[in-house]
Design a protein around this ligand. Structure first.
Ligand code: NAD
Length: 381
């Protein structure tokens, strides 16, 4: 029988309250405490959840021996010290993306979690999203043919961060989706950008990840865009997908569109590109709130003593890619070689989502997400 997990959430700014709402709603969990140094945020959460204890010092939460797990949704520079203290206090720990400010910090957190037999999970939320899972299934079944490139645009006005640039803030979403879809690591990373508002903090970046077989992905991230855009195009040799995460329904459209060169031609006059314009169709996607699935997965991993799909190593890989992007930024976009996890050969296979979460649509363990909640995720992340 499942045991109820006692959870506390540290950081109740913009994203923390969504985690609070989700953990509060899950039957496998008792949300015991929330913590924020900002008294106004604590008061606000106290008004919403009168039965949850409010704390202004994370150490108070860590001292609570009845608490099983801690969720960290603070500014990124605090992820490492808070997660380290949480793990050393024997708490299973859920950290918002990106895991920490450096790969050395990530490695230390992984080591502490492994040594103490604790669950360490990263909130790479999109890995738990149904549209992304659908795209991964379509791509991995070969329906698009060979992938040629992926283009991602995650743009909006703000919210400006002080401790990380826009690549560290927004690109982790796209990187997690790309790695999940392509099922391998990049070989080279380039990144260019500019800091227009806060000196030294890039607010617009263009990142490019190169993969084996001449495939690549581009990620445009901006806090300086008048419109909010969350779009991804996946171009294959046979078909193409456009994924618009801001659409409430019909987030994915598959285009039976391609361009081919004639296999043989004798003269230039005979040469004709062959443009194929076929049908486009919208696959059915079961609407589930990704953040709720991620929260449920964390609880399941604690209950079954298993490794999360987005474990510390996934967090480390993400931070290593971001570090490579930062190194490239400093060199005006020069390519930086990425050697795969822990210096291993590039392009290792990642485990499949269904292997970790179980097969089927309801297998993520949550069966009652609302359309409104899915919309809330699309609008907020
Ligand atoms: N998964 C997603 O889709 C997603 C979306 C947005 C943000 N995030 C992540 O969530 C985290 C928080 O981002 P945000 O936008 O909510 O930031 P925010 O600045 O709005 O909120 C951070 C909160 O942490 C509090 N805080 C700061 N120091 C603290 C301390 N020592 N102890 C307790 N509380 C403290 C602040 O007072 C603030 O209320 C970041 O890691 C961000 O990358 C994830």
């Amino acid at each position: 029988m499942k045991r109820k997990i006692d959870v506390g959430v540290v950081g109740c700014g913009y994203w923390g309250p969504l985690l609070v709402r989700n953990f509060k709603s899950l039957p496998d969990c008792q949300l015991k405490a929330v913590c924020d140094v900002n008294a106004a945020r604590l008061k606000h959460l106290g008004e919403l959840y009168a039965d949850v204890e409010g704390m202004s010092d994370p150490q108070q939460m860590l001292n609570d021996s009845n608490l099983d797990a801690v969720v960290i949704a603070t500014p990124v520079k605090l992820h490492y010290p808070l997660a380290k203290a949480s793990l050393l206090a024997g708490k299973h720990t859920f950290i918002e993306k990106p895991m920490a400010s450096s790969s050395a910090e990530c490695e230390e957190l992984i080591e502490i979690a492994e040594r103490n037999g604790l669950v360490l999970m990263l909130d790479h939320t999109y890995v738990y999203s149904s549209p992304v899972e659908k795209i991964a299934q379509i791509v991995q079944a070969g329906d698009l043919g060979e992938i040629r490139y992926i283009n991602c645009r995650r743009l909006n006005l703000g919210l400006f961060q002080k401790d990380i640039n826009v690549a560290w803030d927004l690109a982790p979403h796209d990187i997690s989706i790309i790695l999940h879809i392509l099922d391998e690591f990049p070989t080279t990373i380039n990144c260019q950008g500019n800091a227009h508002i806060t000196p030294g903090v890039e607010d617009v970046t263009n990142m490019s990840l190169s993969f084996s077989r001449k495939r690549f992905a581009t990620i445009q991230s901006s806090w300086l865009e008048p419109r909010k855009i969350r779009e991804m195009t996946i171009v294959g040799t046979r078909r193409m997908i456009v994924y618009d995460d801001l659409r409430t329904l019909e987030k994915i459209r598959i285009y039976d569109t391609r361009v081919e060169r004639p296999p043989h031609y004798d003269s230039f006059a005979e040469f004709q590109y062959s443009y194929h314009y076929g049908d486009s169709y919208i696959p059915y996607i079961h609407q589930e709130e990704p953040l709720k699935l991620a929260c449920q997965h964390f609880l399941d991993c604690i209950n079954t003593n298993s490794e999360p799909l987005t474990n510390g190593r996934r967090g480390l890989e993400m931070v290593r890619i971001l570090e490579a992007a930062s190194a490239s930024l400093k060199m005006s976009g020069a390519p930086v070689t990425f050697s795969g996890p822990n210096g291993a050969a590039p392009a290792p296979k990642l485990p499949k989502t269904e292997e970790v979460l179980g097969a089927g649509n309801g297998a993520h363990g949550v069966t009652h997400p609302t359309k409104a909640a899915a919309e809330a995720f699309a609008m907020s992340s």
